[in-house]
Design a protein around this ligand. Sequence first.
Ligand code: UD1
Length: 418
Amino acid sequence: MDRLIIRGGIPLRGEVEAAGAKNAALPEMVASLLTGESIQLHRVPQLGDVKTTIGLLSHLGVSVERRDRETLFLRADRISRFEAPYQLVKTMRASVLVLGPLLARFGRARVSLPGGCAIGTRPINLHLAALEKMGATVSLDAGYVEAKAPRLRGARITFDGQTVTGTENLMMAATLADGVTVLENAACEPEVADLAALLIRMGARIEGVGTPTISIEGVDHLHGAEHEVIPDRVETGTFMVVAAITGGDVTINRCVPCHLEAITEKLQETGVIVEETDWSIRVCGDGRVQGINIRTHPYPGFATDMQAQFMALMAIAQGSSVITETVFENRFMHVNELLRMGADIKVIGTTAFVQGVPMLSGAPVMATDLRASASLVLAGLAAQGITTVSRVYHLDRGYESIEQKLLGLGANIERVTE
Ligand code: UD1
């Protein structure tokens, strides 16, 4: 298992390029199951979760070829299995995304209940209830969800709560259903919209993308398409915090600033300078930030995937901050590790009260989930002394070449493989 060794206290400066978005690339790779023709995806990031998805799709019979660093060709013309086994899905919750496409095109799917980040119970009841509304028979057996439907039929579905992968699963399922499906209270995340853009290129009829009401008119079949994955807004946001927390000056290129408005506003509230062009964001700090209050929300609110990184920043802010997590229960596992580095944080229920300290000190810490790991790296970059972050595989699930990118900005960081 790899560890990252970080010698902190260096203001990071320079330019970095955003990778393609993990949370768009994964559903878009899975969308290849909806057609026997080739799907060509550009700007696919090199990540643990992408590798897991390639493994899962290959297991089902999809041929997956990486033509160059960023381009994948996927062709689902010889699907031989309809089951996503536990061994493959346990590390990645997004694997539940194969359910909708397999069911829509082949009439059956058997998918192990997913694992993934340990950030709450994270059920898939909303996905299943919606598929049942479209006529699927769903049963649970020995840790597996089994769904069957000769042909899904269009339905009006009002999600009980907003769910990103739930919206994606149902949107994919509805593209090949008989009739019109209307998804109410659908997720508005840019990654959902990007998946819809790919599906439309494949011949799907979708309206209302980016709004809470998405309408999909089913077609008989979809065809091949070529598509470029949008930039990763969480990776971009994380590098924005890198600049703020180290008192540095970092420009993130090839990003989409309008996807990060809530993050930008909050960073400005802390006192750092944020400058934007249409495709880049520059963040300059002088090492002093003000404590602010944060409440996570679905898009366009403040992303839960940025909460842990902001908590690291608030740990060294002047004054106090209140951070409330409303999307996931139990998403404060980074708190205990930050405490080991000298942070002053108290958690009551889903709210963290952070009293800023002048300085964090390096310590051995353990990554517990993807975004929690990022917050520990950020804390390590700001801390005096040496921080060792173990269980880096969590980080590798969602950040492409993170230590290479940080090295490029002047960080003292080293990966040690055991
Ligand atoms: C996606 C993102 C993840 C992000 C999250 C919230 C991907 C691959 N992952 O995860 O990075 O943190 O959105 O922005 O895109 N819920 C239910 N029942 C369900 C489905 C969800 O109760 O059937 C609950 C969840 O427990 C959670 C909330 O709804 O409390 C939101 O979850 P959801 O949007 O589904 O997250 P994911 O799609 O898994």
